[in-house]
Design a binder for this molecule. Structure first.
Ligand code: PHE
Length: 344
């Protein structure tokens, strides 16, 4: 009996001591399980009660109940204190959070200017019912020249202009017009496509010329396609690209072997009405090579020129982007300068 009393007293003091050493809620939980849990020390003493006589039960029962109550109270007090301590620590962290402190923003990747402008152009043409197609950059001379009615002795074939590959007959395309042939070979008219992609020219570079640049090609073939379709389409799309409904266009005669008649299309200057350095004081900006598809080209693709006619145009995408964003050097496009690219 005295043993039991002694055990109760020891349990009380070791519980109090354990509580004092606890520093975190997690440690407190371990102490609770060890002392107050279902298989803890208090429960095991309680289970010894059934072996006692009535007299002994009367004496020890209240002692055990009192121990249970006080240890639960002490436990709750400790728990509350630890929770309070946690809350204060959280608050402290927040209090010392300096909202004005400079934190370097990690650079988020983004689309290249090329992707932006090409997507914009594609959206405009898709909304007009066009299909977007792709073509190879490594091409045979047939698709880049012969099928486009470019004769053997045409200056564009010169070693100066074309990057020929060591593989005989293969070259880096000098224009996206190869897509005209590749499309008409596969698709019967009516055809309305655009194609954006890289082209290569073996020439000296300067602020407005590069050995590699990007073109947008457009081809429409159907019955009764005329120059007015070409002019209407061009004006509409340029007005949309530059967000300027007042933009006008003009056509001048131009020579491209794969169109007849061939024209060059200029847009009214976006920056002045009476001549500036960008339009070289002419109030017009040269933008596109265009024309009605040459009957020889239609024939080379097995399309009857008596039944069908078409228009085509080609345009430098960099030039468009340069005018739109005030970029002064074409070489910046693939110069990998992050300070340039991050602006778009
Ligand atoms: N391919 C021509 C060039 O690169 C542009 C063009 C395309 C002209 C289609 C007429 C028709 O200069």
């Amino acid at each position: 009996m005295n043993d039991l009393k002694q055990t109760i007293a020891t349990l009380r003091s070791s519980f109090i001591q354990a509580l004092e050493q606890v520093g975190t809620l997690q440690e407190l939980e371990h102490v609770r399980i060890a002392f107050l849990g279902r298989q803890g020390q208090l429960a095991s003493i309680m289970s010894c009660m059934k072996n006692l006589s009535l007299e002994e039960k009367k004496l020890c029962g209240p002692l055990l109940n009192e121990l249970k109550q006080t240890s639960e109270q002490l436990f709750n007090v400790k728990k509350e204190a630890l929770e309070q301590q946690n809350r204060q620590q959280e608050l402290k962290k927040k209090q010392f959070f300096d909202v004005t402190a400079y934190r370097a923003e990690p650079f988020k990747g983004g689309l290249h200017l090329y992707s932006h402008i090409i997507q914009e152009l594609e959206d405009i043409f898709i909304s007009m019912g066009y299909q977007v197609v792709d073509g190879p950059e490594i091409e045979t001379s047939f698709y880049n020249f012969e099928a486009l009615n470019i004769p053997q002795d045409h200056p564009a074939r010169d070693m100066q202009d074309t990057f020929w590959l060591t593989l005989p007959g293969y070259l880096m395309r000098t224009q996206t017009s190869n897509v005209q042939i590749r499309t008409l070979e596969k698709q019967r008219p009516p055809v309305a496509i655009i194609s954006a992609g890289r082209v290569y020219r073996n020439e000296a570079t300067d602020a407005s010329h590069d050995f590699m640049f990007t073109q947008l090609e457009c081809l429409v073939v159907d019955k009764t396609i005329s120059l007015s379709n070409l002019l209407g389409t061009t004006q509409t799309f340029l007005q949309r690209v530059f967000g300027n409904e007042k933009l006008k266009i003009r056509a001048r005669p131009g020579y491209f072997p794969f169109v007849e008649p061939g024209i060059e299309i200029d847009a009214s200057c976006l920056f002045c009405t009476d001549g500036c350095s960008i339009c070289k004081r002419t109030t017009w900006i040269e933008l596109l090579g265009a024309g009605l598809v040459h009957p020889n080209v239609l024939r080379a693709c097995g399309v009857d020129p008596q039944e069908f006619s078409g228009f085509a145009f080609g345009m430098g995408i960099e030039r468009l982007a340069m005018l739109k964003h005030g970029i002064t050097d074409i070489r910046l496009f693939h110069g990998n300068s992050l300070s340039f690219l991050r602006q778009f």
